[in-house]
Design a protein around this ligand. Structure first.
Ligand code: NAP
Length: 282
């Protein structure tokens, strides 16, 4: 029987646990509320929606968010200076810079300016390196959320042939390393991969992280595979064509309601952890 990997329900369950942790933290910490600072640069409507959803999730668990917005003409220096202020602010526990920023802003420089202790979205080179080496670090929120979803459904990836389609720094690459750290055998595909179809056909676990609607045809996916679709496009379409996958795969993430809610839940969870650590070291 196919496991529907229900990220929406799991995220709701995690939010109940997080609410308890936030309440306990506030009690121990003289009422101080954990705060996630979000930085949005430009006027991309999808990014604005994602940032709003993250702020709403903070409030649902009793945290605060501080929304900082820049116009699309903002410079790298202005964003860096804002990140410096947030790094130095003891009332801020996590910093999220919404990806993507406008092309003229140096996104990598901005990500890497975030202090590792507040890198709750797992975007810094330092955090990525620690995660890759299997050292403690906040993982990149989307792949870390996928790992939590697989773990909740007791899907053991050890020894499985995992094929990840997409190698972005926030999704495909960290996904590949997290799966390798969990003992999967990984193939990381991208736009220069020769014969993508053959790679996907061999996969026991497929992760769609391409950013193109229905890019991977369902007929490429083998019977009994585990299918994780990180894509989300207008009309509730993912990067992987859903077709008959529910009838013949071992596990499938729905779109929507699979990976998306787990990304937000992981971001919030990592912010609460950052706030707990800050309280301990105060
Ligand atoms: P991205 O930065 O645009 O990266 C896309 C990747 O796909 C690149 O590595 C690219 O390869 C690869 N690609 C493009 N065309 C290809 C082709 N013809 N064959 C094979 N690979 C190809 O995208 P992203 O930020 O990682 O996001 C990917 C998807 O995940 C999007 O749908 C996005 O909306 C979704 N996403 C969802 C969440 C969530 O919370 N649910 C969070 C983040 C992203 P090259 O490296 O060679 O260019």
């Amino acid at each position: 029987m196919t496991n529907l990997l229900d990220g929406k329900s799991l995220a709701a369950l995690h939010e109940r646990e997080l609410t308890d942790r936030v309440t306990a933290l506030k009690t121990r910490n003289g009422g101080q509320t954990p705060v996630l600072a979000t930085i949005l640069v430009g006027d991309d409507p999808s990014s604005a929606v994602y940032v709003r959803m993250k702020g709403n999730a903070c409030r649902r668990v009793g945290m605060d968010s501080r929304a900082i917005t820049f116009s699309s003409s903002a410079t790298t220096e202005e964003v860096l200076s804002q990140i410096d202020q947030l790094n130095a602010d003891p009332d801020v526990h996590g910093i999220l810079l919404q990806h993507p920023v406008p092309a003229h802003v140096d996104e990598r420089a901005c990500f890497d300016r975030i202090s590792v202790a507040k890198d709750v979205d797992g975007v810094t080179s330092h955090g990525f390196g620690l995660m890759a080496l299997g050292e403690p670090a906040f993982g990149s929120a989307t792949p870390a959320g996928i790992m939590r979803l697989l773990s909740h459904y007791q899907i053991d990836v050890s020894g499985k042939r995992a094929v990840i389609v997409g190698r972005s720094p926030i999704l495909g690459k960290p996904m590949a390393l997290m799966l390798a750290n969990a003992n999967a055998t990984i193939t990381l595909c991208h736009s220069k991969t020769v014969n993508l179809e053959a790679e996907v056909r061999r996969a026991q676990l497929v992760v769609g992280a391409v950013g193109k609607p229905n890019f991977i045809p369902s007929e490429w996916i083998g019977n009994g595979a585990i299918v994780v679709d990180a894509g989300y496009h207008v009309g509730g379409i993912g990067d992987i064509e859903s077709g008959d996958l529910l009838d013949r795969c071992a596990a499938v993430t729905p779109v929507p309601g699979g990976v998306g809610p787990m990304t937000i839940s992981t971001l919030i969870s990592q912010t609460v952890t950052a706030a707990e650590r800050a309280a301990q070291s105060a």
